[in-house]
Design a protein around this ligand. Structure first.
Ligand code: UDP
Ligand code: MG
Length: 311
């Protein structure tokens, strides 16, 4: 098997057959063997029935992994990579925002360039609001400062990897998966090609601002321990400042005999330090909570059923 397409699907009943037809059309001329691995990520609509319909097409190699509930796109991608058997594996969305035609370019590139192990598509221009764009820029600046892993802005999960890179990715069995970081962390030479995302064929994106924000926090915590150091630094700074202030107060009192009006200062300091303490406790808590969940070693996904083609 030369190529596997890994396609996470969450509430994509309108899109899966469109996607499938598009792949069939774009791949009609290829000479190599390929399979499509669909993951139904606990959709609440009829995605699974649509996928089962596709499986009836015995001429094509289709695998369906049906999750017992919604585990998220990260888990779906992991399941797909685990169950893909191609020498090259492509991760692509089911909503036709990413053009299957581009996969052919990716495959061609890997065929011609032995020294590269991955071709990733990135969006040069995104049609999105200024506010969102600002937050995304800040996120990339922040995480690249905090982490040893380099994060490329605009790089998507839409990529084709060679088998050895796929093996490296599935060897990372962490529960809190942040694929942008995982792809970079495993190393391997990656080539970036620009692409323009199309409008969603049908349905709506499952990403809200809040979900993106939480995802960003997850990314920072998964790939950096710098936030843990913030409390050390802030603690040190406030200790130094309070010692300076102490000296000032003593000098004021003893040398200049100035009466020290304390009420406001005390209230402000109590609130400030209390806030800082809670904040750093919170950061600590984020890491402890993740450690707690990771130590349980729960599976990343649970498949209710795996439908495979006959070999
Ligand atoms: N997806 C998934 N599980 C989820 C959310 C999304 O498998 O919990 C899939 C979804 O079906 C689609 C892909 O991940 O194929 C990208 O999702 P979406 O289009 O919502 O994200 P966007 O394109 O806006 O980044
Ligand atoms: Mg999409």
């Amino acid at each position: 098997m030369k190529l596997s397409l890994v396609v996470p699907c969450y509430n994509e009943e309108q899109n899966v057959s469109l996607f499938y037809e598009k792949v069939k059309e774009d791949f009609s001329k290829v000479k190599f063997d390929y399979e499509i691995v669909f993951i139904n990520d606990g959709s609440s609509d009829n995605t699974i029935d649509e996928l089962k319909k596709l499986c009836k097409d015995k001429k094509k190699k289709i695998k369906v992994i049906d999750f017992s509930r919604n585990f998220g796109k990260e888990a779906a991608m992991y399941a797909g990579l685990k169950n893909a058997s191609g020498d090259y594996v492509t991760i692509i969305d089911a909503d036709l925002q990413q053009d299957p035609k581009l996969v052919l370019d990716m495959v061609k590139f890997l065929d011609e360039n032995d020294d590269y192990d991955c071709v990733a598509a990135y969006q040069e221009e995104r049609i999105e609001g200024k506010v969102l764009s600002f937050f995304k820029n800040s996120f990339y600046k922040l995480i690249n400062k905090m982490s040893d892993t380099t994060f490329v802005r605009g790089a998507s999960d839409f990529r084709t990897c060679r088998r050895r890179m796929v093996e490296a990715i599935i060897s990372m069995e962490e529960y809190f998966r942040f694929s942008k970081g995982i792809f970079a962390w495993v190393g391997f030479k990656t080539y970036f090609i620009p692409y323009v995302a199309h409008e969603r064929a049908s349905g709506s994106s499952s990403w809200s601002f809040w979900k993106l924000f939480k995802y960003a926090i997850d990314g920072i915590i998964a790939f950096s321990t710098v936030p843990l150091r913030i409390s050390t630094i802030v603690g040190l700074l406030s200790s130094v400042l309070s010692i300076i202030y102490l000296i000032v107060v003593i000098v004021q009192k003893l040398v200049f005999s100035i009466a020290i009006p304390g009420y406001a200062t005390i209230v402000v300091l109590i609130l400030l330090l209390g806030g800082l303490q809670l904040f750093s406790l919170g950061i600590l808590g984020e890491y402890v909570a993740r450690t707690y969940v990771e130590t349980k070693k729960r599976p990343i996904y649970i498949a209710k059923e795996i439908i495979s083609y006959e070999k």
